[in-house]
Design a protein. Structure first.
Lengths: 211, 114
């Protein structure tokens, strides 16, 4: 497959590690992960579609509307944190690619993890507030769709954060070898992908709901 | 290749890659701030215009992320990835647009009966 060799040439996602055999295996694994991400994309897409069909006064069922629930500052904060974490993950990828040392890699991954946790904290606070004022999933079709879509993204970020911790532990324990760089390249794809999903969430759910 | 030369090339490569990530981040910030600012201005702007701008800039930002963070471009080496993305987008469009079409249609009919 000609595409797999190209994956190595891409800056940031491929690292000069191991000999050609390792190279091919890492490329295939990354290509496979791209296929998985596309299935995840379809999953998110259908949750978005379901949400879109629930943006109808009938689906609010006399309960709170998007305008009642969503606030710009909170959404802006979450967006800023997640977008910054995508940049810091990129810097970690570069630190691996250019062999800038374990400390630097761990540093940027640590910043990324911290930002991911701040993001999750902000989300949990938002959901807790909604639940406290009675905007629970069972209140209306619109809220069911919201709690299907946005926490699904949060769940992905949580999985990414756990994965990040595991890789950081491996770096501390075993250093940065070919296997680790390959796993880190897949996590990078996952993390950047989640920020793309967030573009859809802030555009459709928050901005679309408030405007 | 002698060591100093290769480390110089390495430094150049690093600066080039770093510039890529920073460019992507800068563009993403601009493409995020504009729609948030427009929505924050509230009723001073036409609602349909704001929705249109939010949608267009969202799609533009999607491509910025693909290009600068996921390193997908239109080079021959990346062609398979572009096909994969295009086919996934087609499937997504069929399923998402179909869902919205059918359910909105049904909503309308139910309203008529009620």
């Amino acid at each position: 497959m000609s595409g797999t060799s190209a994956i190595h040439a891409a800056p940031g996602l491929s690292y000069e590690a191991g000999h050609d055999h390792d190279h091919d295996a890492a490329g295939k694994a990354l290509w496979g992960f791209w296929l998985f991400m596309m299935s995840d994309l379809i999953l998110f897409g259908l949750f978005f579609a379901t949400y879109a069909t629930m943006l109808d006064p009938m689906s609010y069922a006399g309960g709170p509307t998007p305008r009642d629930l969503f606030e710009l500052p909170g959404a802006a904060m979450e967006t800023a944190v997640l977008l910054t974490s995508t940049l810091t993950f990129g810097l970690a990828s570069l630190a691996v690619k250019y062999e800038q040392g374990r400390g630097r890699v761990l540093g940027w991954l640590g910043v990324t993890l911290a930002l991911g946790l701040v993001f999750l904290g902000l989300e949990v606070r938002e959901f807790a507030h909604m639940i406290a004022i009675g905007a629970v999933p069972q209140r209306s079709g619109f809220l069911s769709a919201f709690f299907g879509l946005v926490p699904l993204h949060g769940l992905h970020v949580t999985a990414g954060a756990i994965w990040l911790v595991i890789l950081m532990v491996q770096i501390v324990g075993k250093g940065i070898d070919a296997g680790l760089t390959s796993r880190l390249a897949r996590l990078a794809l996952f993390w950047h992908f989640l920020d793309i999903i967030w573009i859809g969430i802030f555009s459709i759910v928050y901005l679309g709901g408030i405007v | 290749m002698s060591a100093p030369q290769s480390s110089k090339l390495n430094a150049q490569g690093y600066r080039h890659d770093l510039r890529g990530y920073l460019t992507g981040f800068g563009l993403a910030v601009v493409l995020t701030v504009i729609p948030f600012a427009m929505v924050a201005m509230g009723d001073t702007l036409d609602r349909a215009t704001v929705i249109g701008v939010v949608a267009v800039l969202g799609v533009v930002q999607l491509f910025v992320h693909l290009r600068y963070f996921l390193h997908v471009d239109f080079s021959p080496e990346e062609r398979e990835k572009v096909y994969l993305l295009a086919f996934s987008a087609l499937l997504l469009f069929l399923m998402a647009a179909g869902t919205i079409w059918v359910l909105v249609n049904m909503n309308t009919r139910m309203m008529g009966m009620g």
